[in-house]
Design a protein around this ligand. Structure first.
Ligand SMILES: N[C@H](CCC[C@H](N)C(=O)O)C(=O)O
Length: 280
């Protein structure tokens, strides 16, 4: 039986099927990505991650959403892949190339992994938005009354709404309309953020091409950038999501966003491929 070997990992419940195609290429297309990510008939995951050879880093990481679309960035998966490469290369720091550039992952205390997610992109055409506007106050209002998000690109587009209580937002009802609004030509990930009494941030996320997830690394990066730009925090914050906490810093000296948090291995296996049926 032909099959594709994989390892299942997650970062705070944001889960991934990871396939290592560095030594022998693994051909993935949109329908196969959808099939693998399907939680009823496939292995099930928030993103399918395929490692490929890279001339610029220890590996190239290709990111597929369950709807078959590709993403330029995936923070929690970058931590998981970083842990795999660190173990495999017996180094404390590794590099991972993505569509959005080369990222660095390194070991942190308590078995956590730190990823340098690079610089945010803040200009309207970098998000991208459909027309010129100030990304600190995006000209958008949902029928629910939610409005005035901050737009940030971390290798993928994010719309960050600041609300009184992130846990009170009906994410499933509101997320899809914002994700697919024509203002976002490449669609967008959607975050709802509120400040907690201790100064940390509570984040609930509706992911582009994936829906509500337990955690989202790039959304956490976008939240710390957006909250700093709005004067709500001063570049550093703990971000609490449904699946747990990430520690974020938008460094002033080099403008890079640094994310630290846990990773976990769930299981490994083989994805069976349908038998080749030759037409009679
Ligand atoms: N879960 C990922 C984000 C996936 C982003 C993807 N939904 C898209 O941009 O299309 C993370 O930890 O950053």
């Amino acid at each position: 039986m032909d099959g594709i070997s994989f390892i299942k990992m997650h970062g705070l419940g944001n889960d991934f099927v990871i396939v290592d195609g560095r030594s022998s290429p693994v051909e993935i297309n949109e329908p196969l990505a959808q099939a693998i990510a399907n939680r009823r008939t496939g292995v099930g995951c928030d993103q399918l991650i395929v490692l490929e050879p890279s001339s610029a880093a220890d590996a190239f990481m290709r990111i597929w959403n369950p709807d078959g679309s590709e993403s330029g960035a995936c923070g929690n998966a970058t931590r998981c892949v970083g842990a795999l490469l660190i173990a495999g290369k017996r180094r404390n720091t590794v590099t991972i190339e993505t569509l959005a550039g080369v990222l660095t992952a390194s070991t942190a205390p308590d078995g956590f992994i730190t990823v340098d997610m690079g610089e945010p992109s803040l200009a309207w055409e970098q998000i991208p938005l459909a027309r010129a506007m100030d990304t600190l106050h995006v000209d958008y209002r949902h029928s629910s009354g939610l409005q005035d998000p901050v737009a940030v690109n971390m290798g993928n587009p994010h719309a960050v709404f600041f609300v009184p209580d992130a846990e009170a937002v009906d994410v499933e009802a509101i997320g899809p309309a914002i994700e697919t609004d024509p203002l976002f030509p490449e669609r967008t990930n959607v975050s709802f953020v509120s400040r907690k009494a201790d100064g940390s941030l509570r984040l609930v996320v509706w992911e582009r091409g994936a829906g509500r997830t337990l955690a989202c690394g790039t959304a956490s990066c976008a939240a710390v950038v957006a909250a700093t730009r709005r004067g709500l925090i001063d570049r550093k914050a703990a971000i609490w999501m449904d699946g747990g906490r990430l520690d974020l810093e938008w460094r002033a000296d080099d403008n890079h966003v640094i994310m630290t948090g846990p990773i976990a291995v769930s299981f490994s296996g083989v994805i069976a491929l349908p038998p080749r049926v030759e037409a009679a």
